[in-house]
Design a protein around this ligand. Sequence first.
Ligand SMILES: Nc1ncnc2c1ncn2[C@@H]1O[C@H](COP(=O)(O)OP(=O)(O)O)[C@@H](O)[C@H]1O
Ligand SMILES: [Mg+2]
Length: 240
Amino acid sequence: MIQVQGVYKSFGDLEVLKGIDLEVKKGEVVSVIGGSGSGKSTLLYCINATENIQKGRILVDGVDAHDKATDVNKLRRNLGMVFQQWNSFPHLTVLENAALAPRIVLGKSKKEAQDIAKHHLNHVGLGDKFDEYPTRMSGGQQQRLAIARTLAMKPGYMLLDEVTSALDPELVGEVLDTLRLLRDEGMTMICVTHEMAFAKEVSERVAFIEKGIIEEIGEAKQVIENPANEKTQRFLSKVL
Ligand SMILES: Nc1ncnc2c1ncn2[C@@H]1O[C@H](COP(=O)(O)OP(=O)(O)O)[C@@H](O)[C@H]1O
Ligand SMILES: [Mg+2]
């Protein structure tokens, strides 16, 4: 379980998160929506301790992410993060890219690392691309490679930051299908997304964040179709 409790985060004088409370249970998918600059990415970076926080607490499986004694590398391995634009190593094949982390970070043998990589590449529909180079693939395929690379670390959670927003519209679907598959397998995910239909269909709950405050959080269908908060209504009327 991920527990974000009363979290405040500033960059200098700019207060970006203003008392965030969020609990994501094992197996749950929560989407985070909101306008640009509202603090969505910062929230994910605070959860995986890439950014420090000024106040509050973040617990991942009960471990305080910001405690000095916490092994942040271990924490981050457990919180597979996928970004909008994911840069694979262009000089390595798809298989080599996906095998890299199991080999180097998890210390697997070359054979074991490749087996893990193949398993996850098959899973995201890249079973016929092992020997291809990332730059020769479409954006959707590259994003699925990014997801496979993250899965190869065997994370307990996935933190996804607008993973489809750099894609041509016709490529969005294949990436969202991959996330649906992971959801169906019980992967716990926090998805920052601007795909409202996806948020509604795939997540249990949706959180709307504005100016560093979760203004509304609730059952996905209710928040997207019938938001209670005026600010959520205003945001959705602009994006839908
Ligand atoms: N490293 C940083 N240093 C200073 N300001 C930052 C930094 N990262 C983000 N910000 C600011 O924090 C605010 C929230 O950013 P962000 O979390 O990226 O928003 P979102 O992901 O919702 O678009 C923005 O005003 C942004 O300019
Ligand atoms: Mg962002």
